[in-house]
Design a protein around this ligand. Structure first.
Ligand code: GLN
Length: 426
């Protein structure tokens, strides 16, 4: 059997070819000569398998997608408190190249790291070493995430540098306000170099996999980013990643994302998939027209919208799932998802258990998904039942509560019998 995923991706591209519209970016002269028909998509799974279709070997400059990863890098290096003092996390609602300073605080600072003023400031925070300047340090970091040695596109770099009047004026303003602490020209030029790093959609998918996988690179098992860093990066991607189209994006696609002016977009659904698309023609916000279309399709087809959430069974326990299998032995057969709301419902139900020495069995074999909060609350419920004098045991073939297993109140024989009785009565 072959997995249908590659065919699915190829179909997506075929269908979206009919999707016309948009313009090439022209303010970087070299981007205006891009081939508008290039089209590629890549998807990474939680365990780092990459599926691709279209022009998946085609290299393009990473541009603003770099902002998300540079932000991750400096938070990891300096800690989020230091970085948040310099750059805010408020969506600007303005174009990517607005200066967008938050003046409400004691010290002016760029509103967020996904617009140019914030990204230039973030770039200035990359530590320089004797062996590598900031752009080189970030190139090495991106290469590690991509799993191969990435290179600068020097013609893109030169082309943008020669016409960088807008970014230079942002740089000077930031320097004037002491947000930048050294030569703004050097920082802006180095930021432009960061934007010129060449990637393919495959590289981008690899780079997203560290965000999908909670900060650990799935291909090597190495922890690159802390959990908190990943959460911080995904937060600003959600609120600011698509500039002043972020609201529409969240409504229609609903995953943390970042776009770039060369036509790339990445999307990350933590714990599930990372997505990367490339198609050079842009809408008025500077986001890839076909890229948005493909992302929207994938989100619909795969049910990726963040706010759809994990379908909760709501009824972790119904009255008919509570059975007296013997005098003084009650079995609670739990089923479905166990997160906060279901655990709260269960603990509320357990309040009906009067103090006493009867025995309670939780059958966890039908729980489809449990998170840390659900696990902790169930363990707490068990402790409280015990404190009330009950004996508690678990039927837990999937090791939902692995730590509790060594601490059962029942003899294994009785435990086994109860399992049988519970099955018979089901
Ligand atoms: N290098 C570009 C700039 O700073 C990146 C912008 C973008 O991709 N939106 O203007």
């Amino acid at each position: 059997m072959n997995t249908p995923v590659p065919e699915y991706l190829a179909d997506l591209l075929r269908n979206c070819k009919a999707f016309e519209g948009g313009q090439l970016a022209t303010y970087i002269p070299e981007l205006a000569s891009a081939d508008p028909n290039k089209l590629a998509v890549a998807l990474t799974t939680l365990d780092g398998i990459i599926y691709t279709a279209g022009d998946d070997e085609y290299e393009f400059s990473i541009q603003s997608i770099s902002k998300a990863f540079a932000y991750a890098f400096v938070i990891e290096e300096l800690g989020s408190t230091v970085v948040k003092e310099k750059v805010g996390v408020e969506p600007s609602g303005e174009a990517f190249n607005e200066i967008s300073l938050d003046q409400t605080e004691e010290r002016a600072k760029p509103k967020n790291p996904m617009i140019n003023s914030g990204a230039i400031t973030v770039h200035s925070l990359i530590p320089k070493t004797t062996r590598a300047d900031r752009a080189e340090t970030i190139r090495q970091f991106f290469s590690k995430l991509a799993g191969r040695d990435l290179s600068f596109d020097l013609s893109i770099y030169e082309s943008e540098k020669d016409t960088a009047f807008r970014n230079l004026s942002i740089g000077y303003s930031l320097r004037n306000l002491d947000v930048l602490e050294s030569d703004p020209v050097e920082i802006v030029e180095s930021y432009i170099k960061q934007c010129s790093i060449n990637v393919t959609v495959k590289d981008l998918a690899n780079m997203t996999s560290v965000l999908v996988n909670d900060g650990v690179l799935p291909t090597t098992g190495e922890r690159i980013l802390s959990r908190q860093t990943v959460r911080q990066v995904l937060t600003v991607m959600t609120t600011c990643g698509m500039y002043n189209a972020a609201g529409n994006w969240l409504a229609n696609v609903g995953i943390p994302a970042k776009s770039g002016v060369s036509g790339g977009i990445i999307g990350v659904l933590p714990g599930q998939v990372g997505l990367a698309v490339f198609a050079p023609k842009l809408d008025q916000y500077g986001n890839s027209v076909r890229g948005i279309d493909i992302m929207q399709q994938m989100s619909n087809d795969m049910g990726l919208h963040l706010l759809e959430g994990i379908p909760s069974s709501r009824a972790i326990i119904n009255d008919q799932d509570i059975k007296e299998v013997e005098a003084d032995v009650k079995v609670y057969k739990l089923h479905g998802v166990l997160q906060f709301s279901e655990a709260e419902r269960l603990l509320r139900k357990l309040q009906e258990e009067k103090r006493g020495s009867n025995s309670i069995v939780f059958d966890l074999s039908h729980i489809s998904l449990v998170n840390n909060v659900g696990r902790r609350m169930l363990l707490d419920g068990i402790d409280r039942l015990r404190a009330d004098g009950h004996r508690v045991a678990l039927i837990d073939p999937e090791q939902i509560l692995p730590n509790a297993k060594t601490n059962l109140d029942f003899e294994p024989k009785i435990y086994h019998e109860i399992q049988e009785i519970s099955k018979e009565k089901a």
